[in-house]
Design a protein around this ligand. Structure first.
Ligand SMILES: Cc1cc2nc3c(=O)[nH]c(=O)nc-3n(C[C@H](O)[C@H](O)[C@H](O)COP(=O)(O)OP(=O)(O)OC[C@H]3O[C@@H](n4cnc5c(N)ncnc54)[C@H](O)[C@@H]3O)c2cc1C
Length: 435
């Protein structure tokens, strides 16, 4: 089997992989390679032809392909090599050399390995499939994940159906409610199990409200009718334990059911590598440098945690690229003094990325991203470091569909922890009532 050597391999050529590669190249890494299994760069953005991308990064409203193209052009300008139609099938760590061994294959090279000093994981995420949903009824045609339907409509010019019910109010489902309507289909409703939507507020307004499509919160599909093709679905209201309430069932005649019930980070390779995982995000557990517990392996974008906006993906990935470059080029001036801050999330905050901070390796500021587990109105977001309140941020609305972030300032962090005996510190992020 052929083996090549690289300083840096980036797995995945979506927005995360592209931004990480561009940033690493800007920092001075020359010997790098993006490996992408698709026949083109750009990741999921290629099928997202609606606009709304790039407001933060470019201060413009771009479509998904336009946004991706900006980064593809940056990568081309930096002459970053990439391999398309190439699938990474294994990733391991050679403890004796510190090398990461990337095993991949494609039609021209066959099976080959790349020995790399550093690897950036940027494999994105996939949709939760129907099999994971446990809906009663036959398995007729006409049931698609929302992303598959999006691929058919936007990439292949095929309509999955004419009368549609959507289960789950994740962003892809909301976007597809509008898209199917534009293409002449009738979208009857979006049913959501939770008492809140899993998508962005702006998508609820622009994709449902503007088209008069009802959003049924605390509702689910309890039965699917039809043997060969979907003929209709029964939707019922659910109680606080998510159990259907008898007597609330309503039948919707339709030929298509789209599922938008969550995204799963694609971490098969991360698991093979044996990196420590975060059970809440489904991604790797990372430190302030977005480095996993395997030295020299970084993660960013949707493979790390599902993002709401691609702008945040690009920003996060640029940080991963810079940190990988610093490692490769020996630019990490700091010595690991053993001090760590463990981030604990509680009282409504589900997780944080990163989950561990080594102050010695912090930049002047560090962005910590997280999501809440419920809808909150007029609350404070409080942050404590070793019991000292670091922040109290009044929040009008916080919702599970929208990512939150705080910025930690290194000088303030050091002010609180320096001089303390213990090397271990605790930062708590929580939702609190306003006094
Ligand atoms: C339908 C939909 C609508 C969206 N709408 C918006 C919006 O309006 N505004 C917005 O800001 N954001 C939106 N987003 C979010 C945005 O598209 C994502 O946040 C972003 O694409 C994530 O980037 P990524 O690089 O992490 O993942 P991806 O874009 O998924 O890229 C990952 C890449 O890795 C490759 N890969 C995976 N495994 C391997 C492997 N083993 N070997 C080689 N390559 C591999 C994949 O082929 C893929 O190209 C939307 C997302 C979806 C799905």
């Amino acid at each position: 089997m052929a083996e090549i050597k690289k300083d840096l391999v980036i797995i995945g050529g979506g927005p995360a992989g592209l931004s990480a590669a561009v940033s690493a190249a800007e920092e001075g890494v020359k010997d790098l390679l993006i490996i992408e299994r698709d026949v083109r760069l750009g990741g999921i953005l290629n099928q997202c032809i609606h606009n709304g991308f790039g407001l933060h990064t470019f201060k413009e409203e771009l479509t998904g392909p336009e946004y991706a193209d900006r980064y593809i052009q940056m990568a081309q300008k930096a002459q970053i090599p990439f391999m398309l139609d190439t699938m990474v099938i294994d990733l391991s760590y050679d403890e004796s050399t510190g090398d990461k061994i990337v095993t991949a294959m494609n039609k021209t090279e066959g099976l080959f390995t790349v020995r790399a000093s550093a690897v950036i994981l940027a494999m994105g995420c996939r949709e939760r499939p129907r099999g994971a949903l446990n809906i009663a009824g036959y398995r007729p045609s006409g049931i698609y994940s929302a992303g598959t339907a999006q691929y058919y409509v936007n990439m292949e010019g095929r309509m999955p159906g004419k009368k549609v019910v959507i289960l789950g109010s994740g962003d892809i489902g909301l976007i597809m409610a509008r898209r199917m309507t534009y293409e002449g289909a009738k979208v009857l409703c979006v049913a959501e199990l939770q008492p809140y939507s899993g998508g962005l507020k702006r998508n609820i307004v622009q994709c449902l409200d503007d088209f008069g499509i009802p959003l049924l919160l605390s509702h689910t599909v309890v039965d699917i009718k039809g043997k060969r093709r979907v003929e209709g679905v029964t939707i019922a209201e659910v109680d606080e334990n998510k159990k259907p309430i008898p007597g609330t069932e309503e039948f919707y005649e339709c030929d298509t059911l789209l599922l938008s019930c969550g995204l799963i980070p694609e971490n098969e390779l991360t698991n093979k590598l044996g990196a420590k995982m975060n059970p809440v995000t489904g991604g790797a557990s990372v430190n302030e440098s977005l480095e996993t517990d395997i030295p020299g392996v970084y993660a960013c974008g949707n493979v790390l945690h599902v993002h709401d906006l691609v702008d945040y993906v690009s920003g996060e990935a640029a940080v991963a690229g810079k940190n990988a470059a610093n490692r490769i080029l020996g630019k990490n001036a700091a010595e690991n003094d053993g001090t760590v801050i463990n981030i604990k999330t509680e009282n409504g905050v589900r997780y944080s990325v990163p989950s561990v901070v080594r102050p010695a390796f912090m930049s002047d500021t560090l962005t910590v991203r997280f999501r809440v587990g419920n809808e909150y109105r007029d609350k404070n977001l409080s942050v404590y470091l070793d019991g000292v309140q670091l922040m109290k941020l009044p929040k009008r609305v916080m919702a599970p569909g929208e990512m939150e972030q705080i910025i930690l300032v290194k000088s303030k962090v050091l002010e609180i922890i320096s001089g303390k005996e213990s090397e271990e510190h605790e930062l708590i992020i929580r939702v609190e009532d306003k006094e």
